[in-house]
Design a protein around this ligand. Structure first.
Ligand code: NAG
Length: 559
């Protein structure tokens, strides 16, 4: 007697043989018809493919479920093979068409854009390194609970991932919260680190043009218990250095303190539980006129009009050390110990900023609020003030109506967050932190605009020299010299052709900005020299072979 499983197995193999013969017939007709364009062949092919596909697809999985364990891998393999065959056959007439786009709110970067990015990155990296920072990396996604409750009203923009079974995850919204999680998890109490990486926000890019769902952030933070305002002052110095070095135009750095804001809210009569939400309304002052902000405070946030008016009196103030002194004497504000503590720190900060010689760009500004929930002390934001700052253009959506058209635009921001790490620590141990985030995406788009309007071509390669020849049959000599250059650390290229024309080799240099050509010829080889050509001036000079590397390095030291 044959057991039921055995019968199924026999049936299965039978079916396989049937399918395979079907496939063979199909292939025969496939080649036949593609060669002869025979319509009858095409029809037969479709019938075969259809029959085969339907049978395998429906019968095999059912068999698989009921057959014994040993045969399942075999059947799986057969199914996979048949499906692949079917896909090949379908490829002929049922070709899948792709929607060629990147997901909403994301984009590709072409070599020219990447070259500009790299330049900006290097300027910023160098600055961070000059200040003694280390770098770290963290995962792109975090446990959802790690991110929850840290961003205030922006929390709705957190990108939740579909449950993959096990952990509820969200994409990182910024680099600060993952940094705090990292410190708490590894019990680190002192670190100065920078981190440049992509973050994700479920923004609606169609509504807020020029904003992306995936973009770079660039953070520098100092964690540790130190004397007040020394690390804070260094963060502002770093912003000043980076913005100056990148030559983005004139800028200003606004400074305030969360405790001054909270104290001000308290003395103006804002109930405690409304501090955060009123704070995010004040934060809109850089984009909206006071009348609209006041309207939101009264109509949406439910503040009495006279309370809003008192806030209005304070948030219109800005100045330097003099304003700090004046507010320390303010009869109402000085009643709040929070406000006084904040004002004293701002005063100390200005002393250090004077030593760093950057006070000309810094202003104490009571309207600066910054929306994020985690700030506890000093906060700051840099804005470009030059009228001629080009507006950001969004290549996907046409001319952009970015924030740039409303205010000139924030380009960096940050502040002190002394409580964030403690929120993650099981014992609530605090690690005071202060940091700054450089608005690198805005910097990129400004630099891209600049490059577009400038006559200077953006190089996407760094090749220093092209190894070329004017005569035929010198491929081997070219390859030999190229390898010598590579091994000596020279960036060199050679054309992938046995006998390229000199003109096309020179043209490649013109197109990509390669500054030098090393030309080999029979005579040069005999004389033990290489003809070195300056691409711009077309000047040529014979250089002895053994000083060639030195000469190339000398000439390209600053390209
Ligand atoms: C090419 O010649 C010009 C003019 O003398 C010079 O400025 C440039 O540096 C030269 N380039 C190289 C790579 O030698």
């Amino acid at each position: 007697m044959i057991p039921a499983d055995g019968l199924k197995l026999i049936f299965c193999f039978g079916l396989n043989i049937f399918c395979w013969s079907g496939a063979c017939v199909s292939f025969f007709f496939f080649f036949f018809c593609t060669a002869k364009m025979n319509t009858l062949g095409l029809v037969t092919l479709r019938v075969c493919a259809g029959l085969m596909g339907r049978r395998t697809l429906h019968v095999l999985p059912r068999l698989q479920r009921s057959s014994s364990g040993m045969t399942i891998p075999q059947i799986d393999e057969e199914v996979a093979r048949l499906l692949q065959l079917k896909a090949q056959l379908d490829g002929d007439d049922g070709k899948q068409t792709f929607v060629l786009k990147t997901p909403k709110g994301t984009r590709d970067y072409n070599p020219k854009q990447m070259a500009i990015r790299e330049k900006v990155f290097n300027t910023i990296f160098n600055c961070f390194k000059r200040h003694g920072a280390e770098t770290i990396d963290t995962p792109v996604f975090e446990l959802k609970e790690t991110l929850t409750g840290k961003y205030g009203e922006d929390s709705k923009l957190i990108y939740d991932l579909k449950d993959q079974g096990g952990e509820l995850l969200s994409l990182r919204y910024d680099l600060t919260v993952p940094f705090a999680r990292y410190l708490a998890m590894n019990k680190i109490t002192n670190i100065k680190r920078y981190h440049i990486a992509k973050v994700y926000r479920r923004d609606n890019p169609a509504m807020t043009r020029g904003r992306y769902r995936e973009f770079y952030q660039c953070d520098f933070d100092i964690a540790g218990q130190y004397d007040p305002m020394i690390p804070d002052a260094e963060c502002l110095k770093i912003v000043h250095e980076i913005l100056s070095e990148l030559e983005l135009g004139d800028f200003r750095i606004k400074v305030n303190d969360r405790r001054i804001l909270d104290g001000m809210f308290a003395v103006c009569g804002v109930p405690d539980e409304k501090f955060r939400t009123v704070c995010s309304t004040v934060d809109k002052l850089d984009k909206l006129p006071w009348e609209e902000v006041k309207n939101e405070m009264v109509k949406e946030k439910g503040l009495p009009e006279e309370v809003a008016d008192q806030i209005g009196g304070y948030v219109s103030l800005q100045g330097g050390m003099d304003l700090v002194e004046r507010l320390l004497e303010d009869p109402k504000l000085s009643k709040s110990s929070d406000a006084v503590a904040g004002l004293k720190d701002i005063k100390q900060l200005f002393v250090y900023l004077q030593l760093f010689r950057i006070t000309d760009k810094v202003a104490f500004d009571l309207s600066l609020a910054r929306g994020l929930d985690y700030y506890t002390g000093v906060i700051y934001e840099a804005i470009l003030t030059q009228a001629g700052v080009p507006q950001t253009q969004d290549p996907q959506n046409g001319p952009g109506v970015e924030e740039a058209s409303v205010s000139v635009g924030s380009i960096a921001g940050g502040g002190r967050y002394d409580g964030l790490v403690g929120m993650f620590d099981p014992k609530g141990r605090k690690v005071p932190c202060v940091g700054v985030s450089i608005g690198i995406e805005r910097i990129f788009s400004i630099m891209e605009q600049k490059a577009e309007t400038s006559a200077e071509k953006v190089r996407t390669t760094e090749t220093q020299v092209m190894v070329a020849s004017a005569q035929k049959n010198l491929l081997e000599e070219r390859l030999k010299l190229t390898a010598e250059l590579w091994d000596a650390g020279v960036k060199a290229e050679v054309m992938y052709k046995k006998n390229p024309k000199l003109l096309s080799q020179l043209q490649h240099c013109e197109d990509t900005g390669i500054p030098l050509v090393a030309i080999l010829g029979e005579q040069e080889l005999k004389d033990g020299v290489v003809k070195l050509r300056n691409v711009t001036t077309r000047e040529e000079l014979n250089i002895p072979r053994d000083s060639l590397i030195e000469e190339i390095k000398k000439r390209t030291a600053d390209c």
